[in-house]
Ligand binder design. Structure first.
Ligand code: ATP
Length: 379
């Protein structure tokens, strides 16, 4: 077990004379036994970060430390790290047993009987003990993924690195494996960094999420903290499905003026905005209320453009009257709303977020009921 510390980690690639800054000054402290999810859009530098930690890629600047020891110059095989890849990377000519034994034979001097014992124990834990004598081609994708995991677990490393390990599985299997991986990681207590571009995996799996965009770290926090208290517009838009609704607005006195609506602010919210006047108003779809008549000054008439029934909820595409401005509202699955219906949308002030339009920085985040227990969160 080990804590892992990235300090000012930077990676530059030379692309035929052009410099690509793939990872830009990333600092993260990962606690011993923590499950950290590294998430961000394609090309943001996730895999490069992971490969630098694994020792598969050199570090241009900054340090990577396992425990107290800087490992920048330590070769991959001496970092006590096990990596699980998206494509499983199993040896096709070896049986499951052979695949799981291989790493141990290479990296330890355990005797053959002890290796077998460890392989069998791990296989039983992953419920693949019946498959030990099969070759990878004779396994389903889910089973292959278990073998790849088993091969990492059997080595009993200080750190697990997982690069999109579930993305080749179908949706149902993926959600099952998501839970199983969390249970396993909890049980084993091994410090884990898990890379994904899937915000659902990030929200559900991590003790904390580190969000990267364009090589730069945007926020490191618990999933609920990122969801309710995004530090900037990028995090607000990336975390949550459907995404947070955002509207360009201008502050005029103590009112926000948007396309087709005005929104007065209470002194408490107004105070958070300082001198900024060019803003972005954000509200999550589940916080938009759809009602029948205007009762407060935080409501405006809308037309329902599209109804998407999801079973447990209906996602509505809603258009502000007299404009082309649309947004999403999620309402209870049992409520009947028809396309073309005219309704009223309410944005409760307690649920709105406000960002500086130029920098993207969050100036005001939604209120949270103090009673709300944000499990594991450091709010
Ligand atoms: P994805 O989710 O698509 O795998 P990612 O977030 O893992 O993306 P990286 O693979 O880390 O992104 O790539 C980050 C940036 O570095 C990209 O712009 C990529 O093109 C560039 N890059 C990665 N490896 C190399 C390389 N060996 N040479 C040059 N550029 C590279």
């Amino acid at each position: 077990m080990a804590e892992l510390t990235l300090t000012g980690v930077t990676k530059r690639f030379d692309d035929g004379g052009d410099e690509i800054l793939a990872v830009d000054d990333v600092s993260i402290e990962i606690d011993d036994g923590e499950f950290l999810v590294l998430v961000g859009p394609s090309g943001c530098g996730k895999s490069t970060t992971l490969r630098m930690i694994a020792g598969l890629e050199s570090v241009s600047e900054g340090t990577i430390a396992i425990g107290d020891e800087v490992v920048n110059d330590r070769p991959a095989q001496r970092r006590d790290i096990a990596m699980v890849f998206q494509n499983y990377a199993l040896y096709p000519h070896m049986t499951v047993r052979g695949n799981m034994r291989f790493g141990l034979e290479e990296s330890t001097d355990l005797d053959s009987a002890t290796i077998d014992e460890r392989v069998e124990e791990t296989a039983a834990m992953l419920e693949i003990d019946e498959l030990l004598e099969r070759k990878p081609a004779e396994l389903s994708g889910g089973q292959q993924q278990r073998v790849a995991l088993g091969r990492a677990i059997v080595r009993d490393p200080s750190v697990f690195l997982m690069d999109e390990p579930l993305s080749n599985l179908d949706a149902k299997l993926r959600s099952g494996m998501r839970m199983e991986l969390q249970r396993l990681q909890n049980e084993l207590g091994v410090t884990t960094i898990y890379v994904t571009h899937d915000q659902t995996e990030a929200m559900t799996m991590g003790d904390r999420i580190a969000i990267l965009d364009d090589g730069r770290l945007q926020q490191v926090a618990t999933p609920l903290e990122c969801y309710h208290r995004p530090e900037n517009l990028f995090v607000a838009g990336f975390i949550g499905e459907p995404s947070m609704n955002v509207f360009d607005v201008t502050l005029d006195g103590d009112r926000l003026v948007g396309d087709g609506f005005e929104y007065p602010l209470s002194p408490e919210v107004r105070e958070d905005l300082g001198e900024s006047t060019e803003l972005v108003l954000g509200i999550r779809p589940e916080d938009v209320e759809i009602v029948d008549a205007v009762e407060t000054d935080h409501e405006f008439p809308v037309e329902i453009d599209v109804v998407e029934p999801m079973g447990d909820e209906n996602n509505l595409l809603v258009r502000i009257d007299g404009t082309e401005t649309t947004f999403t509202a999620s309402i209870g699955g049992m409520r009947r709303v028809e396309t073309g219906e005219r309704k009223v949308a309410r944005f409760p002030e307690s649920a709105i977020h406000l960002f500086d339009r130029e920098s993207g920085r969050a100036l005001h985040n939604r209120a949270l009921d103090e009673e709300v227990e944000l499990a594991g969160s450091r709010l």
